[in-house]
Design a protein around this ligand. Sequence first.
Ligand SMILES: C[S@@+](CC[C@H](N)C(=O)[O-])C[C@H]1O[C@@H](n2cnc3c(N)ncnc32)[C@H](O)[C@@H]1O
Length: 214
Amino acid sequence: MALITFAQIEEEDPYFLDVDKWPDWQTQFGNSHPLKLEIGFGMGSFLIEMSAQEPRSNFIGMDFYHKGIRKLMTRIKKLQLENIRMAYGDVRFKVPLLFKDGELETVYINFPDPWPKKRHIKRRLIKPDFVKLIGQKLAPEGQIHLATDSESYAIEMLEYFNSEPLFQNQDPGSGFLESRVDLPKTKYEKNFINAGHKIYYLEYSRLASATPTT
Ligand SMILES: C[S@@+](CC[C@H](N)C(=O)[O-])C[C@H]1O[C@@H](n2cnc3c(N)ncnc32)[C@H](O)[C@@H]1O
């Protein structure tokens, strides 16, 4: 079976965006429903389920994993989902270019690559500058949902988001939620749960203005 090339996808598919500037999301979707971004969608099942669950939200998935992109594009077409777009590329470069400040209502980062080896930890996506960037792009009272099975990454996420005065942790206890009820389970999540791993869920709300740190 011949593989579909990205050029073919781009030509044939208005849902696939490989762009370096703000695409005017309202024109893209044909409405002004809230924008929700999934960073690193993998095979795309979370995005597909969310878009079916919330037809009055617009979902954007961002990733550079070719196999997952092809799978997602095939499923969007088959299911005729109008409220998803796929934005191709490295989120560290694309998020600043594709979104205006305060434009996103929700961001999901499910199981970002944990880079468990000590010498690779610097490759982790979630770092203080990235947390600031997300704070800039989220609307006031916008939400970010994170999940990982890596304890050391979870502790880093907690530290970086707690240190950013714009964010408020939504768990009054440890800062980690035991579970989440309204969100579909991702492929990695199901695999980790089946393997008996503990999952660390974090949820933050973006405040309207930064509270001073004491
Ligand atoms: C471990 S997988 C998790 C996939 C999915 N979220 C899940 O939970 O099943 C991480 C995903 O993030 C993507 N990713 C990692 N770094 C990225 C980056 N800088 N820009 C875009 N995607 C990235 C990878 O290609 C991969 O699809």
